[in-house]
Design a protein around this ligand. Structure first.
Ligand SMILES: Cc1cc2nc3c(=O)[nH]c(=O)nc-3n(C[C@H](O)[C@H](O)[C@H](O)COP(=O)(O)OP(=O)(O)OC[C@H]3O[C@@H](n4cnc5c(N)ncnc54)[C@H](O)[C@@H]3O)c2cc1C
Length: 419
């Protein structure tokens, strides 16, 4: 795995730099891996490949100037963190020799082994890794299909401009108003995220707009993660402020009236936050094999079932049983995949028994947190990752110490993916 010649790599990277981007369209002189998406999965994979084998050329395609974290973004809505607090530049990856290309991948051509870009020349690869996250299935909320509607009724489920915009909507709302969040049926990105968001908005209201209400319209029949802990936090920290309505699936949105359409009538809100049903992001479409939504992989290497040579990470995957769509998990996929790709490029077998660990903290106030943790181990007989019985669990109760752990988790995982 480590046999490549470091000197050769140095010379090759100088040559590549000198010949510029056009050369990236031709077959690479040394092994090149193109990573699509510099989020939790992709950034981690890019960084670890460079650390495991510096002779591999790693090209990361990402349209955003900097990484903006979804974890902790709910605290921006609560007013306890700023956008700057959840933004990390890509300079650390560049410092590791990752070639960060600010562009948008428009297609993966597995026959020609090229990624096509919106602006630049195509980039050739030996292997390609996709970690593009999720896109929304707007057709399931027909009134939301237009750009105007999407600019007005926000999801803020990809951290970035919408996070700041939703915060502004909350600030502009008069005391006594209603914030409603509509949750789609599982599976979706970050199962505890919507309930954490309800806590954060309630924390803001409690401090600044105490006559206001938070309404949770959940398509599912109960809170999907850390249910007892969230319900306790709602009752103890925000009595009378948060209303939870299960089995309340949005079938459309009345954009003009700022209302969610449910099967049995409309629910109006002053600030409406709609999380549409989700699927693997568009670029992963050729690799989607389940329900026209998610990509299946071989869990040993994260190689797509639909196409050898392409590896998929993160939220775009059909998760294994009990595996959440989380940044923590995507980070684990990224490391496992990086090691597997390095091995495969060296004609060696990847680790046949990978283990992944997940920890998700949720901030139920500015300082108090709860967590859920799990360990997932490869089961060779069933060829899937299975949760290890007795490993992991949830917090006994919300507490301040875990609030500090949550902040350290964020700092550590950002360093692990991006430094
Ligand atoms: C409000 C909220 C709170 C959350 N809290 C937590 C938490 O506390 N803990 C936790 O573990 N997880 C949390 N999550 C979940 C976590 O954010 C995701 O699971 C994680 O981001 C998934 O990583 P990913 O690499 O699949 O996607 P992302 O991190 O979204 O990265 C995808 C990247 O791909 C890029 N991209 C997309 N398409 C293309 C293309 N065609 N070309 C080039 N680039 C492209 C995007 O710009 C993006 O940078 C939270 C999510 C939300 C919304």
């Amino acid at each position: 795995m480590w046999r490549r010649d470091f000197l050769k790599a140095g010379v090759a990277s100088l040559a590549a730099a000198a010949s510029g981007c056009a050369a990236m369209a031709q077959g690479p002189a040394r092994d090149r891996v193109v990573v699509i998406g510099g989020g939790y999965g992709g950034a981690t994979a890019a960084r670890y490949m460079r650390m495991l084998d510096p002779s591999i050329e790693v090209v990361l395609i990402e349209p955003n100037e900097a990484f903006v974290s979804c974890p902790l973004s709910n605290m921006v809505l609560g007013g306890f963190r700023t956008m700057a607090d959840i933004t990390v530049p890509y300079g650390g990856l560049a410092g590791r020799g990752v070639r960060v290309v600010r562009d948008f991948a428009t297609a993966v051509d597995m026959d020609r082994k090229q990624v096509r870009l919106a602006r630049g020349d195509p980039v050739a690869f030996d292997r390609v890794i996709l970690s593009p996250g999720i896109d929304f299935i707007w057709s399931e909320l027909p009134a939301m299909e237009g750009a105007d509607a999407q600019a007005r009724v926000l999801h803020a489920w990809k951290a970035g401009p919408q996070t700041a915009q939703l915060r502004r909507q909350l600030e502009a709302m008069a005391d006594g108003g209603v914030f409603a969040i509509s949750i789609p049926e599982a599976p979706f990105r970050c199962p505890p995220g919507p309930y954490e968001r309800a806590c954060q908005v309630a924390a803001y209201f409690k401090a600044r707009k105490p006559r206001s209400k938070v309404l949770i319209l959940d398509a599912n029949d109960d809170v999907l993660s850390k249910g007892a802990l969230f319900k306790r936090a709602w009752a103890d920290l925000y009595p009378g402020m948060i209303e939870y309505r299960p089995n309340s699936k949005a079938i459309d949105v009345d954009v003009r009236a700022n209302a969610v359409k449910l099967e049995f009538g409309d629910v109006k809100a002053d600030v409406l936050n709609v999380l549409p049903p989700m699927r693997a992001a568009a670029i992963a479409e050729p690799f989607v094999t389940v329900n026209r939504r998610w990509c299946e992989v071989d869990w040993i290497s994260n190689e797509a079932k639909a196409a050898p040579g392409a590896h998929i990470l993160g939220d775009a995957l059909l998760a294994a049983p009990a595996m959440p769509k989380s940044g923590s998990m995507a980070n684990g996929h990224g490391k496992n995949c990086a090691a597997a790709v390095v091995a495969l490029l060296a004609n060696e077998p990847p680790n046949a028994s990978p283990t992944l660990v997940n920890t998700c903290y949720s901030m139920v106030s500015d300082r108090l947190a709860v967590h859920v943790a799990s360990v997932h181990k490869y089961d060779a007989r069933e060829r899937t990752m299975k949760a290890v019985p007795g490993a992991g669990g949830v917090s006994p109760a919300m507490n301040e110490l875990e609030g500090r752990y949550a902040m350290n988790w964020a700092r550590n995982i950002w360093a692990d993916a991006l430094s």
